[in-house]
Structure formats: structure tokens, C-alpha cells
Design a protein. Sequence first.
Length: 530
Amino acid sequence: MKKRFYITTPIYYPSAKPHLGNAYCTVLCDIFARYKRLRGFDCFFLTGTDEHGMKIEKNAKAVGKDPQTFVDEIVSIFKKLWELLEISNDDYIRTTEKRHTDVVQKVFSKLLEKGDIYLGEYEGWYCKECEAFWTETQVGKEHLCPDCHRPVETAKEEAYFYKASKHVDEILKLYNDNPKFLTPESRKNEMINTFIKPGLGDLCVSRTSFSWGVPVRERAGHVVYVWLDALTNYISALGYGSDNDSLFKKYWEDEECEIIHVLGADITRFHAIYWPMFLKSLNLRMPDREFVHGLLMMKDEKMSKSKGNIINPFPLVERYGVDSIRYYLAREINFGSDGSFTPQQFVERINADLVNSYGNLLNRTLGMINKYFDGVVPLYQSDATPFDKPLEDFALSTIKMYESLFDDLKITDALACVNELVNRGNKYIDETMPWVLAKDESKKDQLASVMNHLVNVIYIASMLYKPVLTHASDEAFNQLNVSEDLRTYNKIYEFGCVGGQKINKGQPLFPRLDAEEEIKQIQIMMSENH
Ligand code: MSP
């Protein structure tokens, strides 16, 4: 296991306000970063905005603003959302910052010097919406953009090209030698079959048809094509090529750091084909992992700004709290597959996992400790009931399983393990029947052991939930009155370490949602966006 981590989200287009689909990736990366830090690792987490390009220039013009003012306003909304969702990013890179544009110009010059970029003329099928040129085979007979399915048009302009065809074998070797480089596995096949096998053309890396971009120093009138500009953020943010490159040394050059890019399926080819090529051209190290998550859909359609079918995350967080939204995104939508947002699933998921299982286990346990032990958690003892040891074993194997899943970015599955532990705790109450034990003075020890085991299961589950539930976990620790020294991750391996303290029973962690009413409320939020 490496000792340091660098995790990135894609940088978002501030062409319109952020939606829940954008929040999805950032929340999942945040959860991963928090998990690593919780376990004592150094993890640098980067997000940001991709602020150049024709679309932004157009959108700004449409509302009578200059592009910089336009993006400044939207970026402040992105930043507010990240604050609201308690995103713990270490830096926020904007491609309009000088620290970034300087690096892009340097990168461009380096590639040019190396002969990996040449000046030519581009004529091809161009999708204005996606700002991408496509080949004849990709647009098909209908001449539709393979990404957004809008009609494409032929376009011609003087442009610089990156010799992508030269590096194809290196990419195939990269996939071959590093099975975890691009996951899920299906994405690798998609890259090979859809893009590499049909013949990868050279990539256009400059434009003359718009001016909102990083100027190419070597030729007036050209700006760097958005993808070369955008991908460079992953190294410019660390100070690559600048005088202040200590972060770059620490989080990119040092092999002890694991570099992880997380991205949506629609931008895989840029990350999994061109980005490694650019890095090779720059003689830089490859990322260790590119993890492709699925898309958040609405009625089988990708939630997207251009389709106008978005969910505004702000009212959702305001009504349900940050923990519920973070939990829903991580648990309901299997990380790596597409998923859809429906009000019903949202309400059901929160009620089932957070209200009925987790919140209720805490509430019931604290209630019984107040009733049977005057609010003092009994100390640990082993084997008082036949159900104790199996519960302990289950808890300890849950921790192991959770860690190996989380380390492999299987975040949804890791959380499912915690749910199982909580459910196991509830089942343990049914098995041990504390209300029966309480009636028999000779069973007092057994009753005490049951309470202690329950408290320790809740303690472990709360620690494991901590990367996701930034409030409820601490609230559970507070209600259990877990001492500060036990609020560190490694203590959870010592089953039974919590005990002897007086509890502070408080409000339930999550209020029960009235399904009918809340589904209606979310539907209203959704319709307000149209
Ligand atoms: N600016 C580029 C990325 C450059 S990274 C060097 C871009 N921006 S974007 O705003 O259009 O998308 C950013 C990310 O948000 C992508 O990973 C995309 O997959 C993700 N999502 C956009 N809509 C989404 C959903 N509906 N669901 C999940 N993720 C979504 O592409």
C-alpha cells in the first residue's frame, strides 16, 4: 500500500449552475479522501473548474457578460455548493488562473519542441455543443455526434495537432501492464474497440474559431484546445513547471503517492487515451488509477445542463441535510454504474438505512442503557451470551471487508458492509431479548454484556460511516459519550474498548421522512428547474 494519495475530480464547466450529477463525483471523491485521512494517510484532494472554450464564450455573450465575469459568478456558486456539501478539497484550480495558464503554455511549447505537435489544417465533423471533432465512422450515416446525438457539421480551420497515432501502442501497453489503470474493466474494452481499433486520428490541440482560451505563444490567433488546457490542471495545481513545485514532487513525482483520477463515463477517452499520451510526451509518470463512475440519470436520460433535466442540489441539502444527500449518492448509486435519481428511492433509502437501521439502533440502545443501567455503559466482558462472540467476529470481519473494498474504490459496497453490521446489531437485540434478561436478576451480567456489545457495534459502524456522514457519526459518538482518545480509527479493532461512561441520549439522528409528503416536495423541487 502506498503511503500518500492524490485524488482528483474532473474540473467542471461553469457554463451553468452545478447540478446533482456534478455533485455526485465530488461527493464520492470527498468520501474517499476523508476515508484515507481517517485511516491516517496523507491525501491531497483537488477539484476545480474548466473555464475556457466556445460554449462558455457563447453562454456569456447570450447574457451580455464578458466571459470572466460570467465564470466568476458561476464558480462562486460551485464553491458554495462544495461548502454546503462539506467537501474537504485541499485546493481549487481554475483554468483562468495565471498559475494554470502559464503551465498550459509551457506544456504546449514542450510538446511542440518535441515534435509531438505540428501545424496543419483540420477539416472534419464538428459538434459545436461538445466542442469535439469526430471521424466519419463515429458520426455515422446520420451525421450525429456520438456523445450528445446532435447533428454535426463540417468545419475547417488552421490548427495544431497532437500526434496521437504515434503513441497508441504505449497506451495499449499501459492497459496491459496495469490492469487497475482503467476500471471498471468494461471501460478499457470500450476505449480499445470504439476509439483505438478503428484508428485513432491525431488530436486537434488548438483553435482559431474562438478566443476565450489560453493563447498559443507560438502563433497568433490560436488558443489551446480545451482538453489539453483542462487536463493539464491535474499537474498545474501542484505547481508543475513553476518555481513552487514542492507539491508536484510530493504528489506526482514520488512513487509513494498513489494518483487517482475519478471521472464520468462521458469523458473517459480524454483521460484514458490522450492524458497518458500527453504525460508520456512530457516524460511524466502515469496516474495509478482512472476510475470511471456512471451517470446520474433522470428517467433514463443523463442529467445535464444542456438537457435542462437537472436537480438543483441546494434545496435538497437544505431540506434533508448534508449527511442524507452524501449517503444517498454513495449508497444508492453503485459507484461505477449508472443510476437514476427518483424521489421515491431517495426517501426509501434514507428511511430504511439511516432512520430505521442506524438511527434506531442507537436510539433503542441508549434507551435501554438509561432504563437498565442508569445511563452508564457496562464494561466489556466476553462470552456472556452465546451471541456475543459471533457478533464480535462479524464486526471485525466487517472492518476488514470495508477497508479492502474502500481501498479499491468500491465505495457503495463498503457502505453496504456497514449497513449489514448495523442490521446485525438489530438482529442481536432480537436474539438476546434484553427485555427478557432484564426480568431475571441472575441474568444481569448477560444484559450488561448485551448493552456493551451494542454500544461497541454502534461505535464501529459510526467510525466506518464517518467519511460519509460528516455530522451523524460525531453525533452518535457524542450521544454515546465516546472519549476523545477512542475517536481515532485504529481503536475500532479493539472490540469492547468503549464502556464505563455515562451516555447523553439526544434527539434521533435522522427524523423519519413521511414518504408521501417528501416525494411531493422533491417533485416540486424538480419541476422548479424546468
Ligand atoms: N470540463 C470537462 C472535464 C475536464 S476534466 C480535465 C467536463 N465538464 S462537465 O462539467 O461537463 O462534466 C464534469 C464531470 O461531471 C464529468 O465527469 C461528467 O461525467 C460529470 N457529470 C456531468 N453530468 C453528470 C451526471 N448526470 N451524472 C454523473 N456525473 C455527471 O466534462
